[in-house]
Design a binder for this molecule. Structure first.
Ligand SMILES: Cc1cc2nc3c(=O)[nH]c(=O)nc-3n(C[C@H](O)[C@H](O)[C@H](O)COP(=O)(O)OP(=O)(O)OC[C@H]3O[C@@H](n4cnc5c(N)ncnc54)[C@H](O)[C@@H]3O)c2cc1C
Length: 302
């Protein structure tokens, strides 16, 4: 099997997924492949479907909580889809590019708009799926169209074809859709001014977020007119631990892996925080992170 997979990119077998999720929790997959190109991705999916082998796309794993059990399929990484084409104030960027790289490249080309994203440790693909954002901006503010792969065919969706709201899109959870790239419209700007904004944003993140520990960013979405972190803090949950997972003392909406946490530790702590906040404040917090279950993916082989 591994020899067949090697036709499509660099493959690893019996992979520890610890280095493929920013919580750094353990997990295993039978295979992981860095697919070489769009064309080979299409061929790979064909091959996997013909063999009824399950697959899953992981971006940078910065918005997911891995399952405890092992994945008997193929994790697909789009790292090699890493092209950025800039034409005047329009940018086409492939899904595997990391957001900070995209920001740096656009700012170097005197384009402004994406400075908010310089501290987001995710890929363009993952950021489109979840409508990543910060400081009152989000990626959908800049999207013209999205290039996707669906049922083996490439399609171009306009921004309006995709429902999107705060940290949510209608592409989320659609396991048969793969984002290949996105066309963005930015504004002409000044590199020095953009770099100043990026520096200020990064200083704010460093002072308010527990970046020294593995995490997956904000655990819950902010409810309308309030902050999840404020509610969690009000319930006295800062510093609460389960196993190696802890509600950060620095930012209550971050759960951190402070001591060899497992995925179950993280999941149990998420549930505890959610239930405690509901009981004590009446607010039903919505999870921003994705709790993966390999079972959900079985439909993908059909
Ligand atoms: C320290 C820290 C700070 C953060 N700050 C922010 C922030 O300010 N704002 C914010 O919005 N988020 C933030 N995040 C969360 C996270 O970085 C973003 O949500 C990011 O956009 C996720 O991208 P990813 O590539 O890691 O996606 P992943 O976690 O790898 O994947 C998320 C989902 O998208 C799917 N997916 C990924 N790529 C594709 C693709 N090409 N096609 C189809 N499906 C795909 C996956 O299958 C999965 O279902 C932060 C995280 C950390 C750790």
């Amino acid at each position: 099997m591994i020899d067949e997979l090697k036709k499509y990119g660099k493959v690893k077998e019996d992979v520890d997924l610890k280095n493929y999720n920013t919580y750094k929790v353990p997990g295993t997959a039978k295979y992981l492949i860095h697919v070489k190109s769009e064309e080979l991705l299409i061929e790979l999916l064909d091959f996997l479907q013909s063999k009824k082998i399950k697959y899953f796309i992981i971006g940078n794993g910065s918005n997911i909580v891995l399952p405890e059990d092992s994945f008997d399929g193929v994790i697909i990484k789009l790292t090699e889809l890493n092209k950025i084409d800039i034409d005047d104030d329009e940018v086409y960027v492939e899904a595997g590019v990391m957001m900070p790289k995209l920001v740096n490249e656009t700012v170097d080309n005197c384009l402004t708009g994406l400075e908010w994203a310089s501290g987001i440790p995710g890929t363009v693909g993952g950021s489109v799926i979840g409508n990543a954002g910060a400081y009152l901006s989000e990626i959908f503010d800049f999207i013209i169209s999205i290039r996707i792969l669906k049922n083996g065919k490439i399609e171009e969706l306009s921004k309006d074809d995709v429902e999107h709201s705060y940290r949510h899109t209608s592409l989320k959870g659609k396991k048969d859709i793969i984002v290949l790239g996105v066309r963005l419209k930015l504004n002409k700007g000044n590199s020095d001014e953009s770099r100043t904004i990026m520096k200020q944003r990064m200083e704010r993140r460093i002072s308010s977020q527990p970046l020294e520990y593995p995490s997956a960013g904000s655990t819950f979405r902010n409810p309308e007119g309030d902050y999840a972190g404020r509610l969690i803090e009000e319930c006295g949950l800062k510093g609460k631990t389960i196993g190696g997972a802890m509600v950060s003392e620095k930012h209550a909406n971050f759960i951190i892996n402070y001591n060899n946490a497992t995925s179950s530790d993280i999941r149990n702590l998420i549930k505890l925080v959610h239930d405690d906040v509901l009981e004590n404040t009446g607010v039903d917090l919505i999870l921003e992170q994705e709790l993966l279950e390999w079972m959900w993916l079985y439909g993908k082989t059909k």
